[in-house]
Write a protein that binds this ligand. Structure first.
Ligand code: ATP
Length: 217
């Protein structure tokens, strides 16, 4: 995100990619304006939240008109730095890591997994989804050469903290952590944690305990 967006609350900032994806679809289908009710229905966020989020961008829709799609698209593209490609490194080419290497992140946003690392000799030197796999011994040198700011962790939990420490030393700024480990990092480093097992457990809990509320959380 660029510096213009620093005053946007974090909860709002987290919804920006969701809004952006939908606005992109609207724009390519030729739609020129959209109401907060339509947006709400499509992205499953309540319309009061959408209006509040959009008020932070200065994108105040007119009553009965809605929001201008082209304006929103250029705003989101600029705010999310979509004009600039962000390179990503993936650490741990197991089942989950392999799936990410085969997934085309460029479809929906401007990030690209440029390089992957593993300790398993049979994987090192191969490529998956055109992404080359290097040995962990080459981590620091390769990251310094390629100037990669973001890493995805799909390694076993036991290796997560020590690898994180190396990534911090190697100047990584953001980590998407798919391991169950809670990572300790300096305050300047941003960690987003996605624990798939916990998410699934939480979904099952909500189904059992709040069966009538289908709004996405
Ligand atoms: P998952 O389904 O969680 O992706 P998996 O069952 O295929 O994983 P894991 O044991 O979780 O395998 O390991 C994931 C990957 O991380 C494997 O390819 C493994 O070789 C690699 N790995 C294990 N330890 C390290 C480490 N210290 N540094 C880098 N890669 C590692």
């Amino acid at each position: 995100m660029n510096s213009d967006s620093v005053k946007i609350p974090q909860a709002t900032a987290k919804r920006l990619p969701l809004y952006y994806r939908f606005i992109q679809n609207l724009h390519s289908s030729g739609k020129q304006r959209v109401s907060s009710a339509e947006l709400s229905e499509a992205v499953k966020v309540d319309s009061a939240t959408i209006r509040r989020d959009f008020s932070y961008f200065g994108a105040l829709g007119k009553k009965g008109y809605g929001y201008n799609v082209s304006y929103l698209l250029s705003f989101f593209r600029k705010t999310l730095d979509q004009d600039e490609l962000t390179n990503v490194a993936l650490i741990g080419v197991g089942n989950l890591g392999t799936a990410f290497l085969n997934y085309n992140f460029l479809k929906n946003n401007n990030t690209k997994i440029l390089v992957a690392f593993d300790v398993e000799e049979s994987k090192v030197g191969t490529t998956i989804g055109e992404v080359p796999i290097y040995h962990m011994d080459e981590l620091e040198e390769t990251l310094a050469q390629l100037k990669v700011p973001v890493a995805i962790l799909t390694i076993p939990q036991s290796a997560a903290q020590s690898i994180t420490d190396r990534l911090v030393q190697a100047n990584i700024k953001g980590i998407l952590n798919f391991t169950p480990a809670r990572l300790n990092v300096p305050s300047a480093i941003r960690v987003h944690h996605i624990d798939l097992a916990i998410e699934l457990q939480s979904l099952v809990y909500f189904l059992k305990n709040y069966p009538d509320q289908s709004v996405e959380k």
